[in-house]
Structures are given as structure tokens and as C-alpha cells.
Design a protein around this ligand. Structure first.
Ligand code: CP
Length: 346
């Protein structure tokens, strides 16, 4: 999902990103963490972010990335001053939507040099979410590069940031990395766990997805992650045996997601979630590991997903993950705009 038909470079997902691009983005992000990250590499460029859903980290990181690199950022919140958008083709627009995505993003493409989009899963139909209807329609309508700021099925900037965070801890050492499902009060989308498993698979880690029965990732994404892991010398396994998964782990990445069997049934999904409250990551579970670091994309619900003692403890690297968002988002902006990132000086 990287190259758009018009020859534009979009950044839409981690699944089919070229391996060379993955490594180049991580290398550029590391360079941009240094003095290059405050050079006016994008002077005069205009970057827009369109948010269909809330955000703290992604929104702020893109604004700061643009500021640091000399670009101008425009933030647009759907439902907060933007016209409500229609995505269906060929329909009669006699409902609530005032503007079609073709005109909306066609116009934004005339005014801006690149566009970021956040559009969460609808959580009504897994098949429909897997087709990424909103992101795909926007990528078709835009004539400038589009960046995925979290879509129905992927959160590629989070995956990049998480991989960068681990490289800073491990170098290129391969480790046992557990992506553990965690409890929540409502079914959440699959985008972050998908990005995590794809990112850690690309890095060649031993990735173990620990989840209760019924909480599988999308089978197509899992198959892609397993293929990427094999190519990188790693593996992706799935288990419901939480204790065995944690044993010997160097990293515990917690995230909640909804049970795919209850997709489109929030009440059933909430009931299924409530049966596994013991999956919260606490100090006892972390003691099964090999002094693992604790990771989470944030925002996180304390003492539901993770206990205070773990989140506030020395093993927690969640702020490092959030910091890395700035550096990888600078890298993807330079990438889609075709601006080379200078090598570090002597
Ligand atoms: N992790 C993340 O994407 O955070 P926000 O939802 O606050 O942007």
C-alpha cells in the first residue's frame, strides 16, 4: 500500500512497505533525532492532518515535526469545523454529508503538499474495515502524498516508533517480544496490535502474540507478519498460554483489542472482554519475564490494562516510544516529499 497509482509516494501501511524503505525510514529517523531534525529541510512546505478521531501524540508530533523542519502544519478535525464527508461513489447526497471526499481531498491537494489522515475502524464489519474504505478513498482522491496516522487496520507510525525504540535498547540483537492482549471496557480496533506485530516481525524478533481464545488478529495480517518474520530470520507465534509467553521475554508490549467473533456486536464484545480481567499486566506477570521492558502505545487505562507499579516502574519505556513518534514522523514527511535527510556531519 505504499505506491499510489499516480506515482505518488503514499505512506499507508507496514504490510507491503519495501524492506529497503523500512530500514531507510528508521535510519533517517535516527539522523533526525540529531541536529538534522532542526534543519529547515521542509522549508515552505505545507502539511495538513485530517483527524476523524481524537489524538494527543500523533497530532502534536506532526505539528512539532513540521515546525522543527521549517514546514507549516494545518490541523483539521472532522466534526470540529470541517464539512461532514461522503465516501460512497455514485450515491445521491441527500443525507447528512455535505461534501464528497473527491472534492474535499481534491481541494486540500491543491492547497497542501502532503496530507495525514486518522480514520479508525468502524468496528461493524471486519471485512469492510479490512478494505480500509476511508483511507483508500482518500488516497485515490488526493493528488499529493497521503500518510496514515492510524487507520482501521494499521498504525504505521506507531510501528516505526516502536521498532526505533527497541533498536535504541537492543541494537540489532533479536529478542523474545511478547505482544500481550490486555483487558478493556470496550472492544478496541486492531490497528496498533497489527502495527506492532508487523514492525517486530520486520525486525526479526521472536514475536509471541499472547491472547485469550477468540481474540485473534486479522488472519491476513498475521500471515503477512509471519512471512516478514521468516524473511528477517524471526518468527511470529500465537498462544493463549500467557505465562509461557512471558517466560524469557525481553519485551512485553500490552494492548487491548476486541474479539473478532463479536465484531459489530459491542455488547457481546464487552461481555467477552470482561471474562479476562486477569490479563492485566502487573508486577507478578512481569516477574515471569527476563527483566522485560514494558511498552504501550498510549493512551492507556491504568490498573485495567497495566498496573501502576509497572507503568510507573523502571521497566516502562512508554515515554521513549512517544518521543520516537516525533523522529519517525519527521522521517516519513521527508520520505513522501522526496527530501533527502543529510548524513550526520563529522
Ligand atoms: N499512540 C497514539 O497514536 O496516540 P494518539 O492517539 O494520542 O495520537
Amino acid at each position: 500500500m505504499g505506491e499510489a497509482p499516480q506515482g505518488l509516494t503514499h505512506f499507508l501501511g507496514l504490510g507491503d512497505l519495501a524492506e529497503a524503505t523500512w530500514h531507510a525510514l528508521l535510519a533517517d529517523a535516527e539522523r533526525l533525532a540529531g541536529p538534522a531534525g532542526r534543519e529547515p529541510l521542509l522549508r515552505g512546505r505545507r502539511f495538513g492532518s485530517v483527524f476523524f478521531n481524537p489524538s494527543l501524540r500523533t497530532r502534536t508530533a506532526f505539528e512539532v515535526a513540521a515546525l522543527d523542519l521549517g514546514a507549516h502544519a494545518v490541523n483539521l478535525q472532522v466534526g470540529g469545523g470541517l464539512w461532514s464527508l461522503e465516501f460512497r461513489d455514485g450515491g445521491v447526497m441527500d443525507g447528512e454529508h455535505a461534501e464528497h471526499v473527491k472534492e474535499g481531498f481534491g481541494v486540500l491537494s491543491r492547497l497542501l503538499d502532503a496530507l495525514g489522515v486518522r480514520c479508525f475502524a468502524g468496528l461493524k464489519s471486519l471485512e469492510e474495515d479490512a478494505a480500509e474504505p476511508v483511507l483508500s478513498a482518500i488516497a485515490r482522491a488526493a493528488s499529493v502524498p497521503v500518510l496514515n496516522l492510524e487507520s482501521a487496520m494499521d498504525h504505521p507510525h506507531q510501528g516505526l516508533a516502536d521498532a526505533l525504540t527497541l533498536r535504541r535498547r537492543l541494537g540489532r540483537e533479536r529478542a523474545k517480544v511478547v505482544l500481550t492482549w490486555a483487558p478493556h471496557v470496550k472492544p478496541l480496533p486492531l490497528a496498533v496490535p497489527h502495527a506492532a506485530v508487523l514492525a517486530f516481525a520486520r525486525e526479526g524478533h521472536q514475536v509471541v502474540v499472547a491472547r485469550p481464545e477468540g481474540f485473534d488478529l486479522h488472519p491476513g495480517v498475521l500471515a503477512t507478519a509471519q512471512r516478514l518474520a521468516r524473511a528477517a530470520g524471526g518468527v511470529v507465534e500465537v498462544t493463549a498460554d500467557r505465562r509461557a509467553a512471558f517466560a524469557g521475554a525481553r519485551v512485553v508490549y500490552a494492548k487491548s483489542w476486541g474479539p473478532t467473533g463479536y465484531y459489530g456486536d459491542p455488547a457481546g464484545g464487552r461481555a467477552a472482554l470482561g471474562r479476562h480481567r486477569e490479563w492485566m499486566v502487573d508486577a507478578a506477570a512481569m516477574a515471569w519475564t527476563d527483566r522485560a521492558w514494558f511498552m504501550h502505545c498510549l493512551p492507556v487505562r491504568r490498573n485495567l490494562v497495566v498496573a501502576d507499579a509497572v507503568l510507573d516502574g523502571p521497566a516502562s519505556i512508554v515515554f521513549d516510544q512517544a518521543q520516537a513518534r516525533l523522529e519517525v514522523q519527521k522521517a516519513t514527511l521527508c520520505h513522501v516529499l522526496g527530501v533527502p535527510v543529510p548524513e550526520e556531519g563529522p
